[in-house]
Design a protein around this ligand. Sequence first.
Ligand code: GLU
Length: 340
Amino acid sequence: MVFLNLPKIAMAVAAGIFAVALQAAEPLGKAEVESALNAAYAKYKTLQEGANADYIPALAKVDPDIYGIALVTPDGKIYTTGDVKSEVSIQSISKVFTMALVMEESGPGSIYDNMGVDATGQVFNSIVAVEQYKGAEMNPLVNAGAITATSMVKGSSREEIWEKILQYYNDFAGRELSVNKEVFDSEAATNQRNQAIAQLMYAYGHIKDNPARATDIYTEQCSVNVNAKDLAVMAVTLANGGRNPLTGKQVMKNENVAEVLAVMATAGLYDDSGKWLYHTGLPAKSGVGGGIIAVSPGRFGIAVISPPLDPAGNSVRAQKAIADISNALGGNPYEVTPAR
Ligand code: GLU
């Protein structure tokens, strides 16, 4: 293998792109991707583990058999299997994109300085975590940080802020998304805990004004409907340095992408973020609607939707399917073959 590559490497050195040539992974082939997707789909289709989230009443009613897988490559190839038409609410996966929007508008330091980028060691909607460091030492992927991030999106009215957020998500997905009204109403009627968290973040000065409005917009952003393909396109836009490979639009600044991925790696799968990273090496984000997105930088974005969740709040089938597929495709960015 080494011998076969020697002439190529010599040419690359001559061209002054030695490092790039050594690191560039082979593009994924159609057959290997399709077989990885089909194998994972078949393996977990009949798995009966986990349960829909029910603390938001409307989520308990979602069909637990929805199961769809989509993978998109930076050159715009789309692979899908299973149910990629059914939509679920995006839930916490939205937090990634609102974080990115705030970093676009106010600079990466705005998130870092206002709430931090560390795992809290507490559940995603913990009040203790807010109290412990007065709203600092957290991150934009837990509720306190996420509602604060939503409060930081600029705009002179609720409508203007909301339109901007939705348009930003649309740019990532490459199509016009819409809100699941039933989920929005259901969560708005039962989100007293998030309202309390927002008030605390306001009390500690992280939310500057109108915590109730921030919570309301946050609740609406969590209710945006997506299918597995939408999520995979959103993920590959991150895998592709912030450019949506289907529309060609540079959705976010290239230099902010690595920082967004770092926060996903730290806190994307609730209290099991460390375990997930240990097993897959992939920055990812789950939502209680049953979706998970994962990003193999430069290689692919993948998403699986399947509503039943494990006790940590992560989709059971989605975790297993993504881990299998990524392993089959060499997606773990930490796995490197020694140069010699
Ligand atoms: N809207 C949900 C909440 O705030 C999102 C939870 C999640 O997906 O983690 O509770």
